[in-house]
Write a protein that binds this ligand. Structure first.
Ligand code: GLU
Ligand code: ZN
Length: 285
């Protein structure tokens, strides 16, 4: 059975870009009689708010994006992430690190896809005493590749382009990369459909899946919605929250960002008929 999911972070209200991602994963799962799950990705408790979680779920209900099963809340699932970290430690695939950002910037000799490549200092030297410890995953010295259903073959030379990445932060919080992999696996997610801003994260997630013995889901990264300045819609770029009225106009507008419907979007008189049409006409090869 197909299992899709929408995994918003409650760092701000849902905006048009969120609706586009939710619509894509919803149509993709429902068009194949699949389940569609909602998971609240609030591992970074320093940036998330419970009131936003309530607001996000209300907005999904308002737009009649109805999910299957219970909503999973990542901040309540620390034990699962801790178990995965223990597994990686036992496999000697995770190691503690006491380097500060500045030390890494000063000692790194290579740039990867997201800035400085961690130079492996803590692999070779004793840890600094009395310093909070982060945990890093040992990136394999090989290429990781996957075939995205929309953008095609994606690959990274893990050690050269990404390096050993943090899976648990020095402040004790688990990283997005580890949490998302554990939850996608434990929830039986078969199809991840999400915004293209996460494309570069996927090879890291595939590495963690292989290390932990999890299957790799299929991935589809949908085009991002950009604002007039060409920036991704987000809390940082002050994206407007989804309106509480004009639902049909907003849904139709969101659908116009998804070139995966087999016909142009007609006019609707009610929200359920929009969703029936969208599910029936979803066509992602
Ligand atoms: N929580 C992530 C976000 O809101 C999405 C994670 C995912 O879909 O894998 O950007
Ligand atoms: Zn270090």
């Amino acid at each position: 059975m197909v299992v899709g999911r929408f995994a918003p972070s409650p760092t701000g209200p849902l905006h048009l870009g969120s609706l586009v991602a939710a619509m894509a994963s919803y149509c993709d799962a429902k068009s194949r009689d699949g389940a569609w799950l909602v998971r609240i990705e609030d591992v970074d408790t320093t940036r998330c708010h419970a009131s936003l979680t309530r607001d996000i779920l209300q907005t999904l209900q308002r737009y009649q994006l109805s999910w299957d099963g219970e909503v999973v809340i990542q901040s309540q699932r620390t034990a699962s992430y801790e178990a995965a970290l223990s597994q990686l430690k036992a496999l000697d695939l995770a190691y503690p690190c006491t380097c500060s950002r500045k030390e890494i910037a000063d000692t790194s000799t290579r740039q990867g896809i997201e800035g400085h490549i961690y130079p492996g200092t803590c692999l070779h030297h004793p840890l600094k005493p009395d310093t909070p410890v982060a945990w890093r995953f040992k990136s394999p010295a090989q290429m990781m590749a996957f075939e995205d259903r929309i953008v095609g073959l994606q690959q990274h030379q893990m050690a050269q382009e990404i390096g050993d990445f943090v899976i648990k932060r020095a402040d004790g919080l688990f990283s997005y990369q580890l949490a998302v992999v554990v939850d996608d696996a434990l929830q039986g997610v078969t199809d991840v459909v999400r915004g293209a801003d996460l494309l570069n994260s996927t090879t890291r997630q595939c590495c963690l899946q292989q290390a932990l013995g999890y299957p790799t889901p299929r991935y589809a990264h949908v085009p991002l919605v950009l604002n007039v300045d060409g920036q991704k819609l987000s809390k940082q770029t002050l994206a407007a929250a989804l309106p509480t009225d004009n639902l049909l106009a907003t849904l139709t507008h969101a659908a116009s960002f998804l070139p995966f419907f087999s016909a142009s979007v007609p006019q609707f008189t009610d929200v359920p008929s929009f969703w029936r049409w969208a599910i029936d006409h979803w066509q992602l090869a």
